[in-house]
Design a protein around this ligand. Structure first.
Ligand SMILES: Nc1ncnc2c1ncn2[C@@H]1O[C@H](COP(=O)(O)OP(=O)(O)OP(=O)(O)O)[C@@H](O)[C@H]1O
Length: 239
């Protein structure tokens, strides 16, 4: 099992002076191919900060972040944007679809931005939508879809082009519990097919879909379960 995401001694300080907040205080963390890792912890413990740094949407104050062996911290803005289009899929609580684009156009967009021809991008997008069970809704606009259907579009957009790291920040937060479970089942299936997933959640029953759960408090990893007693740092350094 190879590490798709590896973070080493990552710190993140938000703000300056009296308003300074240490959101992450030396986090080491890895997510491997085939694995879904849940991240839990109280409000303000650093979960979203961890995810945005893992996804190249934010930069750490210090430490290393590697995605598929590429050092994200060393890349410029354009390089990180490219990694987000090719290797990293992000699923947000609020879906974040573009309302003026149909489902298939939303999913094809990252591929088209990456220089893939429109025809091929659309074809890949239709396949991704079919895989999440909404191939028949490909030409609908987000506003004409239910929340669960919109989140399926967002998952298709996150995985299209064989992206191997899927980051999901409370992806079921806006959905009823049955629809939420379906979304988690899709994430799980994607990890079973070889992606690495990181799921931020407040709910233990959602974390139950993961292979292991990492608990944060005040910007540090305070506990981890579901690894059969393997310590996270030992595991990371052994690979
Ligand atoms: N852009 C920012 N500027 C200043 N402080 C920030 C910023 N983003 C986050 N923080 C602070 O960093 C800490 C960690 O925030 P973060 O959003 O990562 O926590 P969280 O665990 O995801 O919380 P929640 O469960 O409420 O979403 C908090 O104290 C928060 O107030």
């Amino acid at each position: 099992m190879s590490a798709v995401l590896r973070m080493r001694d990552v710190t993140r300080v938000h703000g300056t002076g009296a308003g300074e907040v240490q959101a992450l205080r030396g986090i080491s963390f890895a997510a491997h191919a085939g694995e879904l890792v849940a991240v839990m912890g109280p409000s303000g413990s650093g979960k979203s900060t961890l995810l945005t740094i893992a996804g190249g949407l934010d930069q750490p104050t210090s430490g290393a972040v590697e995605v598929e062996g590429t050092d994200l911290v060393g890349l410029d803005l354009g390089g990180r944007a490219r990694m987000r289009r090719t290797s990293i899929g992000y699923v947000f609580q609020g879906f974040n679809l573009i309302p003026a684009l149909t489902a298939v156009e939303n999913v094809a967009l990252p591929r088209e931005l990456d220089g893939i021809g429109a025809r091929q991008a659309r074809s890949e997008a239709r396949t991704a939508l079919a895989e999440v069970g909404i191939g028949h809704l490909a030409d609908r606009f987000p506003d004409d879809m239910s929340g669960g259907q919109q989140q399926r579009v967002a998952i298709a957009r996150a995985v299209v082009g064989e992206r191997r790291l899927i980051l999901a920040d409370e992806p079921t937060g806006a959905l009823d519990s049955e629809t939420g479970e379906e979304i988690l089942r899709l994430l799980r299936a994607r990890c079973d097919a070889g992606a690495a997933g990181v799921l931020v959640t407040h709910e233990a029953r959602h974390a139950a879909w993961a292979d292991r759960v990492v608990f944060l408090r005040d910007g540090t990893v305070v506990d981890e379960t579901g690894t059969g007693g393997v310590d996270l740092l030992t595991e990371t350094s052994a690979r």
